[in-house]
Each structure stands twice: as C-alpha cells, then as structure tokens.
Design a protein. Sequence first.
Lengths: 183, 221
Amino acid sequence: MFHPAGRTGAVAATLVALLVVAPVAWAGSNAKAPGPAISTSSGRWGGTGAVNPNAPVTGGMLSGSWGAVDGTPRFGTVTNTGTLVLGTASYTVTATGLSVGSLVAEACSGATWTTAGAGTCAGSTVVLDSTATAGATAAIAPAQPNAVLSVRLKPTGLSVAFTGSLSISVARTNVRAATTTFA
Amino acid sequence: MVGIRPQGRRRSVRRPLALAAIGGAVLVMVGAGVWAILSATAFNTTPQQVTTGTLELTMADNGVGFSQPITNIAPGDVVNRYVNLTNGGTLDAQALTLQVAATGSPALITDGSGGVTTKALHVTITSCSGSWAPTTGVCTGTPAVVMASTVLSALSTTPVAVGSGVFTASAVQHLQVSVQLPDQAEVAINGTLPTNTIQGLSAFLTYTFAEAQRTATLTNS
C-alpha cells in the first residue's frame, strides 16, 4: 500500500519524534543554586635592592664599583616589593676583581645609615653577608610590603679596583607562615 | 404515445426512493427499541486533585560567604567561607553536586599549568549538622567532610558529588567551603618573580550547587 520511499520516511520521522520525546520522558527535576563569581588572588613576595641615586643600579641589585684604594662604602635600600609579610631574606654579596680584602653588606636595623663618610647607624648593625663568607640568610628583612631596609656595602682592606653587588632572594620560607582564616 | 412515456418514467423513480425512506424510518424506530440496554455510571462528585511537587535550591551566605574576594593568598593558606543551602521545595532531593566555573590565571585552576611545579587552588567542603560560626570556624554539631580536597580544574569540568543521601525538603545544609593554595616553593631574586610563577595571579570562581529530585516512587493507598 505504501510506496517504499514513503514508508522509510515515515519510519525515520517516527524515530526522530521518539528521540525528541525520550529526553523529556526521562528527565527528572533538578534545581541549581549558582553563586556570584568570587575572585581569588595569590600574593607575591620579593625584595629588591637599590643604591642611592649617585650609584649605579643593575638588575634590581645593590651594586657599585670601587677604584683602587677606595674604601668608600655604598649605601642603598632593600624594599619589600611583594604583597606579603617577610620574616627573613637571603643576601649574597659578590665581587669581581677582588683579590684581597672583602666586601661586607650590613643593614641598619631600626634606623637609616647616614651617608657621610663611612656612614653611621643609629640603630643596630646587622651583617647580611660578606665575600669572606658564603651567602647567608639574615633574620632581618623589610617586613611589611613596601617597607625599606637601609643597607651599606663596605669594602675592607682593599687596594684594588673591583665591582661588587648585593643580591636579595626571597623564598616561600622567608614569607609569613601559612594561615587559616574564617569569614 | 410519445407524450405518455416520460410521465411513467418519473413515477417509477420516486417510488423506490419513497419506499426506502419509509423502510429506513421503520427500521430505526423498531430497531432502537429492540437493541436498547440499561446502563449506569458512577463518578466522584468532588474532583480528585493532583498536584506536582517543587524542587527549589537556594544558597545564602553565612558570614561573608562568596560576597567578598579572597586576596593575597600565599601557598599553604586556607580560606574558609560559609554558605547555607536550603532545599526550599516540597520534594526531597538527592545527588547534591558542586561545579565551579573558573576563569582567570590557568596556574590557579590547573596543576602544572604555570610550570611543572605549580599547584592550583583546591576546594574542600565540610558539612556541619548544626551551624557554623563563620568567624571562628566552630561547628555546633558534628562536622563531616562531604567533598574531599579537589583541584579547581576537576570541579570546572564535571559536577562533583557533595555528600550522599537524601536532602530533605525544607532542610538546610550548613557548608564550609575551604579554598587552599597548596604549599609550593618559589624564589624571587632581586624583586623579579620566577617564570611560571604562582604569585600575583587571579582567578574568578562561580560556585553552582545542584540537586536532583528524589527517586520516583510507586504508591498504593
């Protein structure tokens, strides 16, 4: 009675209709409660050094060049450039061309180095590192974000020209401990 | 002769029709009387009412909830936020799930996205049989972890079950949502962040809880 093509078309139409109806037949009720988008941002940590305006700055390090028989110290700052509180930081003094003597980095805790002559510290002096030693982690750092620590690079017993620098590195372990907050 | 034949032909056509009409009328009248039966019906005088249940899920902040951003999170930090979910419909529910749509910095969403060592944000959900004090994290009842620590990328692709069992109509789920940035080591040298850092990043999270209706039932009563 049916033309073969017509029968095939009818069967296909029926299957399509069933496919359309099937999801409805199997669908249950669901309810959702979406919330607003909440932003989550991570903090950052780091410390950068800068010398006073009359001395060169290289790559965020506190650095300087000294001529022969030049014992003039260089003064600068270490700034907490992160957003997290620092407890400590690692300081490394390096020198190129230094064959005798040593270069020492010192912080002035609680005050600022005066820059006249060899400089004086009204607070307490803390040795950060020295070429005579291998890098150190000092228990002193500019704690709060944007806080500044006054430092001095001082050559001792030198008679040759050299360049030196103070590098600052901050690891997760130097940052405040992890916290659990409730709100 | 020619004028008489048409009259006779007209009479022969009307007669069968008239006989058929008369016969049909007789059959209708007589037949109805012969085949008529008695019948009776019964119906409820008050219409039976059939109503469908409702399934409604709402979320409210307990404390600041999801209304305030989480800022300055450091590796190892855990930030707890609290929300209450109410199954406000008339039907019991089941299969409570959570899906989190996350956009922003990939390193906060997927492990190893920023570098092989970066660890993304994880979410843990703990339910309290009583209520949570949002500022102290104290549960007045019994706390139970209903969704173990799960990385954001897993939560964004597929809804994850939040507990099991029936979520009774009108009941409230008191949830603690813990967001943690796993501990990880990075060193910033001279103020320069390392490549593929986890620091200074942002992600935007939209939490969607969902529930399904209870299992269909067959009732006899």
